[in-house]
Design a protein around this ligand. Sequence first.
Ligand code: GAP
Length: 435
Amino acid sequence: MTESDLMDKVVALCKRRGFIFQSSEIYGGLNGAWDYGPLGAELKRNVKAAWWQSVVHHRDDVVGLDAAILMHPKTWEASGHTANFVDIMVECKKCNKRPRQDQLNNGKCPQCGGTDFSAPKAFNLMLKTNIGAMEDSSSITYLRPETAQGIFVNFANIVDATHRKLPFGVAQIGKSFRNEITPGNFTFRTREFEQMEIEYFCRPVEADQWYKDWIQARHQWYLQLGINQDRLRLREHGKDELAHYAAGCTDVEFLFPFGWSELEGIANRGDYDLKQHAQLSGKDLQYQDPVTQEKFYPHVVEPSGGCDRATLAFLVNAYHEEIVKDSTRVVMKFHPKLAPVKVAVLPLLKKNEGIVALAKKIKSGLQKDLVCVYDDTAAIGKLYRRQDEVGTMFCVTVDVQSLEDNQVTVRHRDTMWQERVGVERLREYLVNNLQ
Ligand code: GAP
């Protein structure tokens, strides 16, 4: 299977099995927006839960936040987005397409090969909107292009409310919007997406060490959730790629079928953001050392990842084809924490009332704490393949024998190994095998 076949297969599976659909498909679709179907919604929730657990619940030094998407427009002046969050665009005079200037192929239009372009124009990527009944300049604001600023503007609130001492971080998951000129590569570059961001505040002298620690922590997170290490690498930005205030930035990159691309950036941002907000708001956003009473602006290390990109990487990474008994088995080998469905309960004979009743009873017991499905719409071989294709960890089959010995067959996804397990210890068995 070539890498381009792999991408086509993942995209087709996502649509066929209900992971990801084109937004507004019945109207011809909306470019740069995607909808997560029943299985995709579960998968994405699991990605976010694994991130939150790792960076908030499993640490002592990070708290959570859920800030509004709409923010005061001054926020974006302070952050620099109003002036600098631009792509330079040109219009091809031959085909009228508007590629980004940095995406021309040796000075030629990527669409038609034309070489005659309009003068370059700066195009701000923020999505503008109006709030309130008046559509004049006083009502303009933006859908946030990053979640980070919701954290900076709440810095003083969080210090006051939690009495946190440096170093500490604030984590947030939420939607961001960018009017990307060229969305593409499925859910990789979209106009509406979800970010998972941390702003980690520390003393200036400790920033370099925290920057290194966060690079390692974030790299490990992807590996621990099963990303193949041959498809994951760290790439440090060159000096020419860095914002003027940043001391360093390292990307976690994944080898997508379309090449190595950024999943997450970890930036050592200095004190730029807090200082900017202090200046524009007139509020004192310095931190006061509780012992020495010294006041200063903390430095910030920012691990900033995309939930949709991580989810796409987990989908690509999970896709496997194996030849079993002369036919191809497609199996999504998700990490147990991420698998959208943990257990499928399958009655071997759907017309046998005893089997159906036992299977339904088992499902209703398990679904209190495991995501379960029940399926009796095909022969058992086909049902197994269906579950493999969406990455279900276990199939539990109820048969005639089960009515006599109160045991069921448990089939493991990756090995297809089967074992008889007593119904009374089934839950414990499944939970133990999900570790
Ligand atoms: N606060 C820093 C920040 O927003 P960024 O590199 O622009 O940095 C962080 O974005 C992450 O957000 C990226 O690593 C990527 O995973 C995700 N992201 C950014 N733009 C995206 C887009 N158009 N579509 C999907 N994900 C995107």
